[in-house]
Design a protein around this ligand. Structure first.
Ligand code: URA
Length: 204
């Protein structure tokens, strides 16, 4: 396995952990990505939201959920009365994985090994923040948080409890809504996600 980044083992705060993650070599994704995109938000947040991995815009900006999926996520959080400044937002995988297609970089799904390697960072984020609830946005986040495949569309809106007591709320990834073309279906899915976020607000 690759060598540890400097201070990787003994970070005692989120900012130290973020700094250590800049040099992460736990999997090969760092090679093509611009930078590590670490979690963002208050280090005493009561709720942590976990996405899949940074996208093109997140990779360039160095912040999670700032691209199209992030904008939709923000709008729906706002509609649900959840303040983004009060939550901690991170990803299961912290480097952008993509396929070059001309000048564009197309999102490519992280594999099980990459998710497993990056779980090291997510575990430490959760250990330092100690949230009362974690929201898994989509299958990759659920897999990372629960250590097994979860049928997200069947389980959405439900809370699963881990052996360590941590409660994990299951829902879809907001990019799923973006991919729906048919306007009525898209609106219906947005509404379902809004209901999930209202439920999260009640559980906060
Ligand atoms: N999708 C994610 O899962 N995470 C981001 O940060 C952006 C898009």
């Amino acid at each position: 396995r690759a060598a540890l980044a400097p201070n990787e083992g003994n970070a005692s705060s989120i900012s130290e952990l973020r700094e250590a993650a800049e040099g992460c070599r736990r999997c090969p994704l760092w090679r093509d990505a611009t930078r590590t995109v670490f979690g963002e938000g208050p280090d005493n947040a009561s709720v942590v939201f976990v996405g899949e991995q940074p996208g093109d815009q997140e990779d360039l900006a160095g912040q999670p959920f700032v691209g199209p999926a992030g904008k939709l996520f923000d709008a729906i959080l706002d509609d649900a009365g959840v303040k983004r400044q009060k939550i901690y937002v991170t990803n299961a995988v912290k480097h952008f994985k993509f396929e070059p297609r001309g000048k564009r970089r197309l999102h490519s799904k992280p594999n099980a090994g990459e998710v497993q390697a990056c779980r090291w960072w997510l575990d430490r984020e959760l250990g330092l923040i100690k949230p009362s609830l974690v929201v898994a946005l989509g299958a990759t986040a659920a897999q990372s948080l629960l250590g097994k495949a979860v049928p997200v569309t069947k389980m959405r809106g439900e809370v699963m409890q881990r052996e360590d007591g941590l409660r994990v709320f299951i829902t879809i990834h907001p990019s799923f809504i973006l991919r729906i073309r048919e306007p009525t279906d898209k609106e219906a899915e947005r509404e379902r996600f809004l209901q999930d976020m209202k439920l999260v607000k009640r559980l906060m």
